[in-house]
Design a protein around this ligand. Structure first.
Ligand SMILES: [Zn+2]
Length: 143
């Protein structure tokens, strides 16, 4: 069975898991916490780079800021969309106020901007708040 590397959202440990259509149970081999948690993960530069270099799944990064109204209004939709993809995709949040380095690395000009990454490459992106079904459709295009 082919395997895929995923980075545990709890401890950052790398797990090789069997590639499946869907998952009902998966625990991290390092910290034993569930790998099925879908809550978007807030990242800094080092945890972002660790994900990019070690995680082979689709990574959805929401670039946002605390002062941005549309960002706040999209946050629940982003979180809800994430619940449709346990272990299939990792949703992350990048606070562009706190982690300015990543905002400038990707030339983020307007927020919210969501970038889809796979194996450390940008595969797609959108700017402006989208409702849950459209975020889900965007993710499904790239799975
Ligand atoms: Zn872990």
């Amino acid at each position: 069975m082919s395997k895929i590397n995923v980075v545990c959202p709890h401890c950052g440990g790398v797990n090789a898991i069997p590639l499946k259509e869907s998952y009902t149970k998966a625990a991290c081999g390092h910290c034993k916490n569930s790998l099925l948690d879908t809550k978007p993960l807030s990242v800094d530069v080092s945890s972002f780079d660790r994900l990019m270099l070690n995680d082979e799944r689709l990574i959805l990064a929401d670039f946002w800021a605390p002062w941005c109204g549309p960002c706040k209004s999209m946050a629940p939709s982003f979180e809800e969309a994430a619940r449709s993809f346990p272990l299939k995709a990792q949703f992350i949040k990048i606070n562009t106020e706190e982690v300015q380095q990543l905002g400038s690395r990707f030339g983020i000009r307007s927020i919210p901007t969501v970038i889809a990454f796979k194996n450390n490459h940008i595969v797609d992106q959108f700017s402006g708040a989208l409702p849950t079904p459209q975020i889900i459709a965007f993710v499904k295009k790239h799975l």
